[in-house]
Design a protein around this ligand. Sequence first.
Ligand SMILES: C[S@@+](CC[C@H](N)C(=O)[O-])C[C@H]1O[C@@H](n2cnc3c(N)ncnc32)[C@H](O)[C@@H]1O
Length: 224
Amino acid sequence: MKNKLVITNDGSHSIFNAKINECYHSKHGAIVEAEHVFIRNGFSAVNKKQLNILEIGFGTGLNTLLTLQKAVQKKIIVNYHTIECYPLEKSHYSKLNFTDLIGIDQDDLLKLHTSKWEEELKINNFFNLTKLNTDLQTYVSEVKFDIIYFDAFSPEKQPELWTNTIFMKMHNYLKEDGFLITYCAKGIVKRTMKSVGFEIIVLDGPPGKRQMTRANKLIPKNRF
Ligand SMILES: C[S@@+](CC[C@H](N)C(=O)[O-])C[C@H]1O[C@@H](n2cnc3c(N)ncnc32)[C@H](O)[C@@H]1O
């Protein structure tokens, strides 16, 4: 069963994963969704000059590309770590139309895909990329993050990635004022996040979705 390139409603590409039977993005628009969930409610919601970001699921590289573009525009230094256990084939990533639609050079996207795994690469003065070819379950980090873009397949398709154990790990890898952001707003997911110490904020979802979630790491009160 093969991955297939598809077009979403805003004209941007996505990938349909036949094995999982799910698309990488919403059919209502890959770029529209990524900008709403991860850029507007993630990257742009923080007022810092330097950010450590962790992405779960590099996939097409769309979240990485949009964050790179914003980092340069806003002159914010970003250390971007992204993990992926099933990298896309060249025949797919080389055809993605994101760069035309957001007005940047196609080489910028190709560079993200062809950069070596497990090595930090300085893309420009504002963006350092570390891609890790691993799965979330075995991933270990010594870095603490300001934001986690939690962009795994849905809890229906990959329940093993939306568990207590995984969210405890995510909570642990965040800075004290950090947060996790995700397109998912399922009750069971919010309750699981809450049970490991997250404060849950429900936000308006992207087109086609009523809600999404921001999970804040709470500073333990007894410390002050
Ligand atoms: C919903 S897609 C989102 C991809 C990406 N953020 C994008 O914008 O294209 C989920 C991604 O998570 C990856 N993935 C699936 N299982 C994983 C795991 N156990 N650990 C890390 N990544 C995983 C998939 O291969 C896929 O690329």
